[in-house]
Design a protein around this ligand. Sequence first.
Ligand code: COA
Length: 695
Amino acid sequence: MSQASNPIRYDRDGAVAIITIANPPVNALGQAVRQGLWEAIDRFDADADARIALIVGDGNLFLGGADITEFGKPPVEPYLPDLCTRIEDATKPVVAAVHGPALGGGCEIALGAHYRLAVSGARFGFPEVALGLIPGAGGSQRMPRLTGVGPALDAMCSGAPLSAEKALKIGLIDRLVEGDPRAEGLAYAQELLAQSAPTRRTGALPAPAHDADLFASARKSWAAKSRGQVAPLRAIDAVEASCTLPLQEGIREERRLFLELMETPQRAGMIHAFFNDRKVAKLPELQGIAARSLDHVGVIGGGTMGAGIATACLLRGLTVTLIEQDDAGLDRARQTITGNLDAAVKRGKLADSAPALARLSLATDYAALADADLAIEAVFENMDVKKQVFGCLDAVMKPGAILATNTSYLDVNEIAQATSRPGDVIGLHFFSPAHVMKLLEVVVADQTAPEVTATAFALAKRLGKTAVKAGVCDGFIGNRILATYRAAADRMILAGTSPWQIDEAIRAFGLPMGPFEMSDLAGLDIGYMTRQRKAATRDPRDIVPTWADEMYHRGWLGRKSGSGYYCYGEGSPTPNLEVQPLIDAARGDQSQQVLEPEQIQRRYMAAMVNEAAKVLEDGIAARPLDIDVTLLYGYGFPRWRGGPMLWADREGLPGLLADIQDWAREDPWFWTPAPLLERLVAEGKTFGDLNEGAA
Ligand code: COA
């Protein structure tokens, strides 16, 4: 390997060999890095003038972990577990100086070293579970030997990173300093040299005590929390091996579990999601387009949504002016926002709510927005009301300010026409609670200027949200698809399956809730209002869930009224069997077809995918990956399945289309196959191919 292409540098400063990893952007441990590190350790061992080695990362971080692009391909030597052991086996002491993240394989390299120093701001962690994996290079064997089993289980099952302070406290690192990692690492190495510090191999430490009860309770708790995802449970198996097996056998067992997970669809789903998280914000039309500056945000409407949006902005350091109609409205808004911020403090998301509240001002006069860079309207969902609000915004806001609507279905083009500056108008569809939910649909109208869209994506990033670009239609990407799979569930009820069977099957698929539990949570009045709104334009072939209308009329509004599809009281909700006669009445003499859980899941998913294909064809979503991300972040779709479009590709589009065609024989209107789906099948292509084409 030529020096120029070698991502590892070997220098000496006196008796200290300095091994620097320089593999931008994140120092991932690809083959060349592993090979280079191996050779550097060999060279250090052979270098008579070097008495101690320092491993340090170039750029913003130590090591970002294994190279994820290599996953799913045949492994290439040297393997990471062998490299960590090679470092540990060095005949002279090795120090790791960590700055920024040391994740996964990066943390394992640090554990292979004999001494660990971190500069403040460093983070240690095992994010492998977020990729459907477990540590695969000795992490699950070495960390428990250093810290005990508890912290290792927490880190490896949750994937959550540890601060340098925490790492010091639990014994993962030896020293925490301020400053430059190379300079501090060098000073530490020289100090160790002066003390004639020996090699100190983590793997030589005694195995941690085996507490069977601790593992049993970890299994129980993670089985419930991980909702079908297997990696956290395999992480527990691996950590348990550290208690019962000698180091090298434990490492082999960990590797076996790791390679087993590598072959699973869950791993493929999670890695699909990882790369989609990054691709979703990369829009070809925004290349080179600068966002406008954004510091002061106006929010119109202080209800749950407006207050949530204001909270989201305050949490991330923005200045907010909230407009309400009267003082009573302002009082309510302030109370909600204060409550949200206090809850964020309790959850550890915010140190102190006072500075955030100090950035909030409240007003009844739109003139208070004269200076705002962006206003987000979150008032009642009615076109006339929205137009009036936009008229006021148009009158007071400065040139270049952005006028955004949080509507979840109204025509953003029509709203834009109520202003003299449609190029500055955009939809920002937050999901409730807006300060918690990650998804932001950025609804780009016909005349929205590119820098306005770029600013919306910049705002999402600032708010810690995932933005997806959507086009204008009723429901945009997410709610339009939801309306269809929700309708599929209603059709299954009419045909003979119960709402409770459907909910159970959908939970078993990996969603946190079934559609009817979700309706109860949202409030059955919401669905009723939507049906009323759509009544005038409804196709006569569409069905109306008359039982749900009746539930509304009886005041069964779901959780908030104590009963809906379920009864809510003490303990877990129970099915509300009084709904059954209402359903029976709606069914009339239709045949009773009780579907099996797998059949329920397939119909539900097929409806989702078929509508998603129509959303793509209509240009409402630009790429299948935008739909996958929308469902993951806004609708609780299990991350380990990657998203509905990946699910469809993995199931096989021809079989899915055949099923849809089959169901269409009985219900041709609802199950009309999406032309795009038919075309993909005819051409032997997948949704994934469309992602490639658009990337
Ligand atoms: N392997 C390969 N590529 C990686 C990578 C990895 N481990 N980690 C990040 N990248 C890529 C990203 O895809 C992105 O590529 P792009 O610019 O072509 O889109 C680029 O590196 C920058 O990543 P990004 O996440 O945008 O940078 P960041 O500075 O915000 O965050 C990390 C850096 C390391 C914290 C973050 O990338 C991360 O969490 N990576 C995953 C770490 C991991 O899971 N490692 C364990 C593997 S077992």
